[in-house]
Design a protein around this ligand. Structure first.
Ligand code: ATR
Length: 277
């Protein structure tokens, strides 16, 4: 038994779709919530190709279930959606889907997950001067949340400057600009939305010494033993949090979509932090 109960003919099936998916903690945190509430559902991870992802989204949603979508299919599955939230429109990406009477619905709970984790774990985004590292899908979700939350300005720095320029042009907001260097910046919060730190042995996404001032570090990356960026920030006395909070909050928001009730956030957080390396 992996979900709320022993599977029955009425069990609702939820799946994480992506490639790879075997490292994901989403099955752990969603099944812990199902078990805690005694709900008749199960959550599994399905590695699939871009060719099959939209079909799986439509099939699972129309069969009474739903799921999440991860790298690299978050944009690909838009083709399967009949109805989308504003978060999907603003980011061009979907990470959560479900069905409503034959209508396939999609949301991007990374936006809510970032907002909730940032506000509770770091600070009120209003008035903050932010350095955003990365210009991919995760960076888009971060930007959507920050700009809606009256951030003062966001400087985007990316390995490939062209992608940062495209992100800024697409978003078209006067509070945004691209940086070609991080040297000497005075920043309230550095946000790591690159994939650096996911693998042990990755270099740090930034040398914090190069900034004139940094008030905090928010790393979207989660690793059971903690991330090198967070450890480095702490060793310099800079407040820092990793991606645990965002992982839990985006999962809780997805759970609420599927089950129409509040997720047991503490149970989910416990499942993730107990996972071990
Ligand atoms: P996600 O959806 O997780 O954001 P993504 O869209 O593939 O994934 O984006 C990954 C981000 O991490 C990009 O900003 C990428 O930089 P590039 O645009 O230059 O590819 C960044 N990234 C990945 N590997 C990196 C590395 N070794 N050094 C610096 N940045 C890296």
């Amino acid at each position: 038994m992996t979900g709320g109960r022993r599977p029955t003919a009425a069990t609702r099936v939820f799946a994480l779709l992506g490639d790879p998916v075997s490292h994901s903690l989403s099955p752990l945190l969603q099944n812990a919530a199902l078990a805690h509430l005694g709900l008749d559902g199960v959550y599994v991870a399905l590695r699939c190709s871009a060719a099959h992802a939209p079909g799986l989204v439509a099939s699972l949603a129309c069969a009474g279930g739903g799921g999440n979508v991860t790298v690299p299919h978050k944009a690909t599955v838009l083709a399967a959606l009949d109805r989308t939230t504003e978060a999907v429109v603003r980011t061009g990406a979907c990470n959560t889907f479900w069905g409503e009477e034959g209508v396939v619905c999609g949301d991007n709970t990374d936006v809510h997950g970032f907002r909730a984790a940032f506000t509770t774990g770091m600070r009120d985004p209003a008035g903050a001067r932010v350095l955003l590292l990365g210009a991919g899908g995760a960076a888009r979700a971060v930007l959507a949340a920050l700009l809606a939350d009256r951030v003062d300005r966001v400087v985007v720095y990316n390995r490939t400057p062209q992608k940062a320029a495209e992100l800024v042009a697409r978003t078209d907001d006067p509070r945004l600009r691209v940086a070609d260097s991080v040297d000497g910046l005075d920043i309230d919060v550095v946000i790591n939305a690159t994939s650096l730190g996911l693998r042990s042995g990755d270099p740090l996404p930034i040398d914090l010494e190069r900034l004139r001032r940094v008030g905090g570090v928010f790393d979207l990356v989660y690793r059971p033993e903690g991330t090198a960026l967070v450890r480095t920030a702490h060793s310099r006395g800079i407040p820092a949090v990793d991606g645990t909070g965002m992982l839990v909050h985006q999962g809780a928001a997805a759970f609420a979509r599927w089950w129409g009730r509040e997720a047991p956030i503490d149970v989910m957080r416990h499942a993730v932090t107990q996972a071990g390396p």
